[in-house]
Design a protein around this ligand. Structure first.
Ligand SMILES: [Zn+2]
Length: 230
């Protein structure tokens, strides 16, 4: 008989039945991945079990408090990895099929210390995108998250006169509403003698990153978003 050891992967709201004792109607469950004898994760998202905190505590010989805290911390870490993945996709997915020259300029522009070190921009961009997509496709603690350029949304970003971001707002899908918002944003930018940009990204946080990036990154961002919508 193998001794099962577990690693807590996160906390899940939408699975409310304990995979151990079958108790239903739980507020949330704890996602746990089996570990092999050496303590390595032994499986994929399909092997993850969802236990109520009391059964998870028994399985791990921990207190329920420790289970809950660990699960919350694990979930926060996952959320951070998701946010990072969305940023990487928002920056680099638009240059994925750009000419190598442009891809290299975008990549080294953000990673100046890697210029002339033999690190190849094309390979790094491919790696970053693959990792980001895998992160958002991971279903351990919930359904897969949007990751395609078609999932990008437009954001209006207002900069102050000293080039700090003062406001980020999602542009409404509906055209009339969008125009109204654009006019209001322009007024606001004029008032503070700032400027505004419209960028496409997977979330508001990523939109800030795209807005702060160089002209070439933003050119590709606009071009590819338009093409995806055409
Ligand atoms: Zn249970």
């Amino acid at each position: 008989m193998p001794t099962w050891k577990w690693k807590i992967k996160g906390i899940v709201d939408d699975i409310t039945e304990c995979g151990c004792c079958g108790r239903r109607g739980l507020k949330r469950t704890v996602a746990m991945m089996p570990l092999d004898a050496d303590g390595n994760e032994d499986g994929t998202a399909e092997d993850v079990v969802y236990y109520g905190t009391s059964c998870a505590a028994t399985a791990l010989s921990w207190t329920q408090g420790k289970v809950t805290n660990t699960a919350r911390a694990a979930q926060a870490e996952r959320d951070q990895r998701d946010a990072y993945a969305r940023r990487m996709l928002s920056i680099y997915a638009p240059v994925e099929f750009a000419p190598v020259r442009d891809k290299a300029r975008v990549y080294y522009g953000r990673n100046q210390h890697q210029r002339d070190t033999g690190v190849k921009a094309t390979e790094e961009v491919a790696k970053l995108l693959a990792q980001a997509r895998a992160t958002l496709a991971d279903t351990t603690t919930g359904p897969a998250r949007p990751a395609r350029i078609e999932d990008f949304r437009r954001y209006v970003v207002i900069f102050t006169s000293d080039d700090r971001i003062s406001l980020v707002r999602r542009v409404p899908e509906e055209e009339a509403e969008g125009q109204e918002q654009a006019a209001a944003a322009q007024r606001r930018a004029d008032e503070i003698r700032g400027r505004l940009l419209v960028v496409a990204a997977l979330d508001a946080e990523s939109a800030r990153d795209v807005a702060y990036s160089d002209d070439l990154t933003r050119e590709w961002n606009a071009k590819v978003w338009q093409a995806a919508r055409a």
